[in-house]
Design a protein around this ligand. Structure first.
Ligand code: GUN
Length: 282
């Protein structure tokens, strides 16, 4: 029987650490860190995520701003908004919620955020920093995944880690973080032949594809640590992951639930990244 990794509880621990840091920073520097979140349009999932980010900032005591722009906002207007925030000394972190409407070039938007305010760790300067092993802002979800694995007490070093998914936001950075911790890393993806044969190699299995129920119990090595990054809606509209929890939980030693696993940790790590951006600017 797998132990359930309580991402919600761990996220509260992380946010409590941040809350203490915010109080210390305010006492030392005379101002609090400030996170600015921009949402363009009315994607319901994005609206929930953004609301939760602002709520988490309030919990930690840091300042936050929410900028809600209509779906037809031009790329030019959005870029001008980002430039204003880059130059605003009161703002430490700038996050533009993805995905953006189709008429906006996401890459241009990500590149426009000042590297030192890039709390997402998506800026090319932070991405290259991660891959070159330099000090940089690490993307929130991958950082949260590592913290979740560490919370089990299972050592990553020397283990075989399989990452399913190769996105810039999760798959690629989490693979690099696992490599940095001396795992032997395999990246599987939609063209992987015999996915089950690959996932069964994993002592640590991280799944970030966006396909409900992709991983079933027969694809999991007995005793593996299973981290489910998926956030899908099933036919009944219920939130579910990429991992079929019912069949995988009895096989795994540790497993994250959806909801209550990776999601809350992503937001907690965003709070930590905002502190890092604040400190890099002082
Ligand atoms: N959309 C889904 N995940 C993320 C994330 O981590 N950051 C941003 N900015 N948008 C997202």
């Amino acid at each position: 029987m797998g132990n359930i990794i309580d991402g919600k509880a761990l996220s509260v621990t992380v946010k409590d650490e941040v809350r203490e840091q915010v109080a210390e920073l305010e006492a030392r520097y005379g101002r609090k860190p400030c996170l600015c979140v921009i949402i363009v349009g009315e994607n319901p999932a994005s609206q929930v995520y953004v609301r939760n980010k602002v709520k988490a900032a309030a919990y930690t005591g840091m300042d936050s701003r929410l900028i809600e722009l209509p779906a037809d906002t031009s790329e030019e207007v959005l870029l001008a908004q980002i430039r204003d925030l880059n130059e605003d000394p009161a703002v430490d972190g700038v996050l533009v919620q993805l995905p953006l409407p189709k008429h906006v070039d996401e890459e241009k938007v990500i590149d426009a955020i000042a590297r030192e305010k890039d709390v997402d760790g998506f800026h090319p300067g932070n991405v290259s920093g991660l891959w070159l092993g330099k000090d940089c802002i690490v993307p929130c979800t991958p950082a949260g995944v590592i913290r979740l694995i560490d919370s089990t007490g299972v050592s990553i070093s020397g283990k075989t880690a399989v990452v399913v998914g190769r996105s810039n936001i999760v798959g690629k950075p989490v693979a690099k973080l696992l490599l940095d911790r001396n795992a032997t890393v395999v990246i599987a993806h939609s063209r992987t032949a015999d996915l089950g044969a690959v996932t069964r190699l994993a002592d640590i299995l991280v799944v970030a594809v966006g396909k409900a129920g992709l991983i079933t119990g027969d694809m999991v090595k007995p005793g593996a640590v299973v981290i489910d990054v998926g956030m899908n809606r099933n036919a009944e509209g219920k939130l579910c992951g990429d991992v079929d929890f019912a069949s995988c939980e009895p096989v795994a030693s540790w497993i994250t639930p959806v909801p209550g696993g990776v999601g809350p940790m992503t937001i907690a790590m965003l709070m930590k990244n905002t502190i890092s951006c604040f400190l890099s600017r002082m």
